[in-house]
Write a protein that binds this ligand. Structure first.
Ligand SMILES: [Ca+2]
Ligand SMILES: [Ca+2]
Ligand SMILES: [Ca+2]
Length: 156
């Protein structure tokens, strides 16, 4: 990963953090670990994270062309959203749906960093690594509960 890629990744991660990260690698440490810890040892290695992200990308890339189109990305999110909305009070569902889909639209624009109209696996990976680096506050190459301690009590 070049410095430029890392910079782009960090900028994208910051933007995603600002607009909410549902359906992207989570901004919340505990949620991030719960979602990305594939082997259940309570921490996330770089390999593990990469495997999870690859699988997620492949799942969303329905026509297998190596690019997430707007329909693929937002459509996948919409399916998940409809399930989540069932737990919302019926009266606020429509408003929440509109709000969440607008955010998904904004996220698509952020992930599609060169504005080509599709998210390539490289763009998808870059934002993911931004989030991994954001969480690995003690820089040991793992995202674990130890990183929470680092965050709460920053090293001098
Ligand atoms: Ca793990
Ligand atoms: Ca595709
Ligand atoms: Ca760490």
């Amino acid at each position: 990963m070049t410095i430029k890629t890392i910079r782009i990744a960090l900028a994208a991660a910051a933007s995603l953090a600002a607009i909410g990260t549902a359906h992207a690698a989570s901004h919340d440490l505990a949620t991030f670990i719960r979602e990305q810890d594939l082997d259940g040892d309570g921490k996330v290695s770089k390999d593990e994270f990469q495997r999870g992200r690859d699988a997620e990308f492949a799942r969303m890339d329905r026509n297998h062309d190596g690019v997430l189109s707007h329909d693929e990305y937002v459509g996948d999110y919409r399916e998940r959203l409809e399930k989540e909305l069932l737990t919302e009070p019926a009266a606020s569902r429509e408003e929440e749906r509109v709000r969440q889909l607008r955010q998904a639209d904004v996220r698509f624009g952020v992930l599609d960093s060169d504005h080509s109209g599709g998210i390539t696996s490289a763009e998808f990976a870059a934002t993911g690594w931004g989030m991994f680096l954001h969480h690995d506050t003690n820089h040991d190459g793992w995202v674990s509960a130890e990183d929470a301690a680092t965050k709460a009590d920053p090293a001098p």
